[in-house]
Design a protein around this ligand. Sequence first.
Ligand code: ZN
Length: 509
Amino acid sequence: MANTNDKLQELKGILAEVTDLNRAALLLEWDQETYMPRGGVQSRAEQLSTLLRLSHVRFTSDQVGRLIGELEEDLSGRPFDSDDASLVRVSRRDYDQSVKLSPDLVAEIAGAGSTARPVWEEARKEENFSLFAPYLEKNVELNRKVADALGFEDRPYDALLGRNEPGMTTAELEGIFAELKQAIVPLVADIARHADAVDDKVLHRGFDPDLQISYALEVVKRLGYDMERGRQDISTHPFESSFGPGDVRITTRVSRDFFNECFFGLVHEAGHAMYNQGIARAIDRTPLWDGASPGVHESQSRLWENLVGRGLPFWRHFYPSLRAVFPEPLRGIEAEAFYRAVNRAYPSLIRVEADEVTYNMHILIRFELENELLEGALKVKDLPEAWNTRFKSYLGIDVPNDREGVLQDIHWSYVSFGIFPGYTIGNLVGAQLMEKVRADIRDLDAQIEQGQFSALLGWLRRNVHQHGRKFTPNELLERATGRPLTAGPWISYVQQKYSALYGLHAARR
Ligand code: ZN
C-alpha cells in the first residue's frame, strides 16, 4: 500500500498533465481569436476537440477517482486551507461533476450548440424569434438534463449555478436580486429624470486608435499588470487568457469614436490578468490555479475598471497625462468633467453596453427568465413577451424588436443556463471587497490620486489572488470581509456615487 506522499505525487502528476492539456487548448483558442486565418476553422476545431477529450479521459479515469478517495481519508487531519487538503477537496468537486455528465450527454450538448448557433444568428438578423424557438426549446430541455444529471435538492437552477459558482444557491441569489431591484429600479427612474446632468459628448470627439492603446497599456502597467509575464493583442471581443503564472495575456478592441471601449476594456481585462498573475506558484499546474469562480474573477476586473478606474481620484491623477496625449479632443475639458462623462448612466437595451447602475437589471431579467423556463413556469413561445414586459417594468424602456431584445445574447444559443448571474456576483463581490479595503487602507483615495496602487494590489494579492480556487466564493468572502455575499456595499456605492453625479434628491435614496 502506497504511503500518502506517493499517492499525492501520483495524483499531482496526473493533474499536471491535465492542466497542460487544458492550457494548450486555451492557447489554441487564444490564437483562434487573434491571429488564425479564417481557413483554420476546421483543423482548429479538430485539434481542440482532441486535446479536450484527452484531458477529460485522463481526469475522469478510475485511477484519479481512487486516489482522491484514498487521499480524502489520509488528509482528513490537514488544515482546511492547506494546499494539499484544498487540492483534494476541489479535485473531488470537479471529478464528481465531470463523471456525472455522460459522454453521450456532453456530445449532445455540443451538437445542439453548434446546430443552434447559426439559427440564432439568422433569427437575430431577421428579428424573428420564432425561427430560433424550437432550438431554444431543445436547449432548455438539455439544461434540465444537465441539472438532473448533476443532482439538486431544491431547485434545478441550483445544480447549474453550482457548476459555475460553487456553494451559491438560487434562493440566496433571489434574496440578493430582490434587494437590488428594490434599490435600483427607483434610482434608474430618478437618473432618467435628471439625464441632462451628465454630458459625455467629449468621449466621441475622435481619439487616435494607436495612441489609445499605448496610453491604456501604460496605465495598466502602472496599476500592476506585469508585461514581463503578459502581452496585449487585438480581438473582436476582448478577453483575458492564462497559460501559467508566467504567461497571462489580454486582448482589446479600439474605436476612434468612443473612448471608453479601449481604455476601460483594457483596465477590465488587466484586472482579470492581475488576478491570475497573483495566484500562488505553489499551486501551479493543479486545478487550484485559477480564479475562485467566474463571478469572483469578474469582481477583480470590475473593481479595477469601475471602483478604481471610474473614480474621481483616479482621473485627478491620470487626466493631465491623458490630456497631454490627446490635446485636441480634450480641449476645454477639466478632470472632473471627464470623470462625469465616463460615468454617464442611462437605461438601455443592450447588456454589454449597459452602465454600472443598470447592468445588474439586465442580469436579473435573464436570471428570472432562465429559472422560469427551467421550471416550466414559462413557455419558450411566450419568452419575448415576458422579456419585453420586464424591460418596461425594471428599466422603463420599450423593446422595439427581438434583435435588441431577447435575441441579443449568444448565451442561449448553447446550453449555458447559470452563467449570467456571475456578472452580477462580480459587481457585488467587488464592492464588498472594496468596502473592506477602505477600512484597512484609510488613505486609499489619496494613494490613488498620487498614482500609487501597490497597497491596493497587495491587499487583493493577500486576500483574494494567492488562494486561486482553494475557496468557494462565499468561503473567500467570509475570510476576506467577515461575511458571505451581500448586496449592501454595492447598493450604497452606486447610490452615493450617482446621487452626487446627477444631483438627486437625498430623500429619494
Ligand atoms: Zn470580465
